[in-house]
Design a protein around this ligand. Sequence first.
Ligand SMILES: Cc1cc2nc3c(=O)[nH]c(=O)nc-3n(C[C@H](O)[C@H](O)[C@H](O)COP(=O)(O)OP(=O)(O)OC[C@H]3O[C@@H](n4cnc5c(N)ncnc54)[C@H](O)[C@@H]3O)c2cc1C
Length: 482
Amino acid sequence: MPATASLIDRLTSLVPAGGVLADPASLFVYEADGFTIARARPAAVVFPTTTAQVVAVVKAIGEAGVQIVPRGSGTGLAGGCVAFENGVIVSTTRMNRILAIDLPNRVAHVEAGVRNIQLSDAVAAVPGGAPWHFAPDPSSQRASTIGGNASTNAGGIHTLKDFVSSNHVLGLEMVLPSGEVLITGGQNGCYESGHFDLPGLICGSEGTFGIITKLWVRLVPRATNFRTVVGMFPSTADACEAVSDVIAAGMLPAAMEMMDGRMIQVIEDAYHFGFPPEAAALILTEIDGIPDLLDAQAADVTAIFNRHHAFGIQTSGDPARRAMLWKARKQAFGAIGKISHSYCTQDACVPRSMLAQVLRKIDEIGREYGLNINNVFHAGDGNIHPIFLYDDRIEAEVQNTLAAAEKILQYCIDLGGTVTGEHGVGVEKIHLMPYLFDELTMAQFVAVKHAFDPEERINAGKLIPSDKVKITLLKPGRQAPQ
Ligand SMILES: Cc1cc2nc3c(=O)[nH]c(=O)nc-3n(C[C@H](O)[C@H](O)[C@H](O)COP(=O)(O)OP(=O)(O)OC[C@H]3O[C@@H](n4cnc5c(N)ncnc54)[C@H](O)[C@@H]3O)c2cc1C
């Protein structure tokens, strides 16, 4: 049922002035997230500033029979916060207060709209806080919200050692689609056992259970002693095998990131870091820990790199060099904007030992569909990110991108991989869920969704298929702005 003017009036009365957008020019910004192929104009965007306002807003939208669509900063890469079927977006970005930083118990209490980096910066600024931080570090960390990170179970560059968001979320406050407020999990750093791990279940639920309004998250030590080891490789196969061998040797680097030759060139052209043009691949490894052990570990990594024909290997313990290298890595997606009208970042996870064969297949599929595909990814986790370059003004290129992405994902699943390593399912990969999971598992997923949202009032048609809202991206004439 479309949102009516009376619903928009009611929403306007529930939040502070300026807290509802409903004019087409403002709504344009909210038609998509980072996966710009999935587009739909919401009926309105609402910005509550308190949990009580979220409750009132959720009740009003639910009573109007309109879909509720939670949104953080909209950096998602799977269309999870796009409001199809004239839904109303509830944005948490104005709920951005850090409520408490409890250093003795290493817990922070935050509103859902606090940005990822905002928390670590605030922790570093309190007396005695410098050694601590919130560890999940998606490359979007300057923009993405902690509520969004929890909802997508975001990973990041240091996932290899620090794991994903669910390992750092202790407790949550969430407004259910009924308007009830669920507070679950730990709040003071105590570990909990003997009951269902609801925060763990909610992490990764992609806004399909409710709207997260507050979180209690772990603060863990920042790495202070580290070495970065950068190596260039003559082929992506050599680089992939080097990654696999480092992990197989029993080492646990804090991060192992890889870029292919095309991506190295893009970054070099944009930022001039001095990477050699002949490199077909680059691996950026970070080791942290006890200072006396670091040089020996860096030497072990270098020896493995050398076995795989690496050149230009540089090891450093210099914080400025480290910051520069991570900047290069985190700005990779931004640099793509210089060479392509549009791009789509894919995401799947495969066993590390299969990375070389997966990259070969990606290259083959790219040639089959006439697409340039660049790769920059979390190699240590086996988490690939092929980046498709295309032009969204040309429908055939959009369709080729979707078809090629589907083929790559199916290949990864066939090898025993997963449909997403960190970006989530959203609408982008929903049709592949039954390809990965059997009927019984899918039925259990639906049963869990219905335990939180029996009437499918919130984000229906995302993550798991719904009879209520169906979005098909794979055929021409996909959902376009109304
Ligand atoms: C340049 C770039 C780099 C990226 N790098 C990484 C990376 O390294 N690792 C990684 O994991 N991801 C990465 N991402 C993807 C994205 O940043 C993450 O998925 C992030 O967690 C999304 O946060 P957000 O606040 O932008 O959420 P949104 O995009 O607004 O929403 C994402 C999903 O969460 C739901 N949601 C958001 N807030 C709430 C809430 N309060 N309550 C309930 N549901 C909610 C939405 O409905 C949607 O389904 C990257 C994206 C970009 C553009």
